[in-house]
Design a protein around this ligand. Structure first.
Ligand SMILES: [Zn+2]
Length: 256
């Protein structure tokens, strides 16, 4: 398959430490580009060193909502500086997580908004993590309407949310769960089948969220074709045609 890319991976994690060099070599052959995403200071630094080490890897740097309480003015300055680096294409992942709820919504929102402000100043796109916090996430994106664009990573919202997000200038990134054919997921799959292909990006979120037939195992960017094929089949499109459109959207938002 041509035009394959993966807009959300965490290849810096220890799950990959035994075979990282080999995996990266394989990924470089298969993928056009791949965005390694930070979630705290250390992982953001690691994203950058991967991006400087491998031409097909780009970096995203940011503080994930689960690490909201680690945020300090010094760390925000550090994120700001890393965002200026040549190999950094986005600020993220940032957002709200009411599933794990490690910090109260007010703390999460404050750190989210501070980082949105940094993205607005530097005119960089954002990668949004939203888990069970759809309304509050949209409310923050709305505050920055016209100043910040980006991607809703591993999108899990409904039709109303998809339309509102697209209207605010956001792409929807689809991950492994689109391949899960259980009853609970039928509505989501039917939503994906109805959305314009121009709105949809693809990702693995490796090492998490492995697509069928690898569900439950360590995910890898090498499996991103399973996500692409599933979306194309739901939309009754040729995979190559879907990928051509999707890759163009990805290159547009990340200016790759
Ligand atoms: Zn992630």
């Amino acid at each position: 398959m041509k035009n394959l890319y993966d807009c959300h991976v965490h290849l810096n994690l220890p799950q990959f430490s035994l075979q990282r060099d080999l995996l990266l070599e394989e990924c470089g052959k298969l993928l056009d580009f791949c965005i390694n995403v930070g979630f705290d200071e250390k992982s953001s630094e690691e994203s950058l060193s991967l991006a400087y080490g491998y031409p097909f890897i780009k970096a995203a740097v940011g503080i994930h909502p689960t690490y909201a309480s680690s945020s300090t003015p010094r760390l925000l300055e550090r994120i700001s500086a890393m965002l200026l680096e040549e190999e950094t294409v986005a600020l993220g992942e940032i957002g709200l997580d009411y599933y794990w709820m490690k910090d109260p919504p007010e703390v999460q929102k404050a750190v989210f908004e501070e980082q949105m402000e940094i993205a607005a100043k530097q005119k960089k796109p954002v990668l949004i993590h939203d888990r069970e916090a759809h309304d509050d996430t949209l409310a923050v994106l709305k505050i920055f309407k016209g100043r910040v664009r980006g991607v809703l990573h591993s999108f899990s919202g409904d039709e109303t949310m998809a339309k509102k997000a697209a209207d605010l200038g956001y792409y929807l990134s689809i991950s492994g769960p689109v391949t899960y054919t259980n009853k609970k997921n039928a509505l989501f799959r039917s939503l994906v089948s109805s959305l314009p292909p121009e709105w949809l990006l693809i990702e693995t979120d490796s090492p998490y969220l492995a697509p069928v037939p690898f569900r439950g195992k360590t995910n890898s960017p090498l499996y991103v074709a399973y996500v692409a094929r599933e979306i194309a089949s739901l939309k009754q499109m040729e995979p190559e045609e879907f990928l051509r459109i999707s890759r163009r959207s990805a290159k547009d938002i990340f200016e790759i």
